[in-house]
Design a protein. Structure first.
Length: 265
């Protein structure tokens, strides 16, 4: 018995790094979800809340109608470059020791012909849909490189591949998201061959959210006829996919774009 006590004491004294890793592994992994106050972001937060410790983003706290218990709230208007910079600094400072996943979901669109699109709308879409994910990915990659693990899932769109009339800028930003994700997956390997970092993008098709609610019925009918599944997607279709991609079961899925569109393209 005395021998066992000595062994245990020596193990505890000599293995602080092991005990620290064990403690971290027992804690819930932290996941950042941007644009988490409604639509896809809200559905994703509900889906992940039982397994992960959530960091929820919205442009302002008043935007939340529901907050999962135990979640952290970080607010910023991503159209404002200073607020975005402050957001990234706060993310690293407050959660940099245990961040495991990032879901870059925040986005906006102004649907109109490009020749009638005001520059302020173009800038807003570029900043929120593309610049913000780039800067958040930069912050996350710094954190993940130290922890040697992490998952980034960037939300793109079917129109990033198919294109869509009156969504030229929006489609361009979503195509950029796919290229960003593929490139970062390759960068992670180039910087550290023994890494455990994955970067993916997900491209939802026609998903019933607030963003699609205002689309005229004749346009909806046109899209429905093009979808082999013969139905529009719902937010849970996307949230279920995100939950799988975050899990160890998806550990060999990396650097690719996952379509969730019922066969639209």
């Amino acid at each position: 018995m005395q021998f066992l006590k000595v062994v245990c004491v020596n193990f505890i004294i000599l293995q602080p790094a092991y005990l620290l890793r064990l403690y971290i592994e027992m804690e819930k992994k932290k996941i950042l979800i941007t644009g988490a106050s409604k639509g896809l972001g809200l559905a994703i937060s509900k889906k992940l809340s039982s397994e992960y410790e959530l960091i929820l983003h919205a442009s302002k706290k008043e935007s939340f109608t529901h907050i999962e218990p135990g979640s952290h709230i970080l607010c910023a208007d991503f159209a404002d470059s200073q607020q975005l910079a402050d957001f990234c600094k706060k993310l690293k400072k407050e959660h940099g020791d245990s961040l495991y996943g990032v879901i870059n979901n925040a986005g906006l669109t102004y649907d109109k012909p490009l020749n009638f699109q005001p520059e302020r709308e173009i800038d807003a879409m570029l900043n929120v849909n593309l610049r913000a994910p780039i800067m958040i990915c930069k912050t996350a990659m710094k954190i993940f490189s130290l922890l040697n693990k992490g998952v980034i899932i960037n939300i793109s769109s079917v129109v990033g591949e198919s294109g869509n009339a009156f969504q030229s800028v929006y489609a361009a930003t979503k195509a950029g998201i796919v290229a960003l994700s593929r490139s970062l997956a390759q960068e992670a390997a180039a910087l550290n061959e023994s890494h455990h970092i994955r970067v993916l993008s997900v491209s939802p098709g026609f998903i019933e959210t607030d963003m699609t609610a205002g689309i005229p019925e004749q346009i909806k009918e046109k899209y429905l006829n093009l979808i082999p599944a013969k139905r529009f997607g719902n937010v849970d279709d996307v949230a279920d996919t995100i939950a799988f991609l975050l899990s160890d079961k998806a550990s060999y899925i990396n650097g690719t774009n996952i379509h969730i569109n019922g066969g639209l393209i």
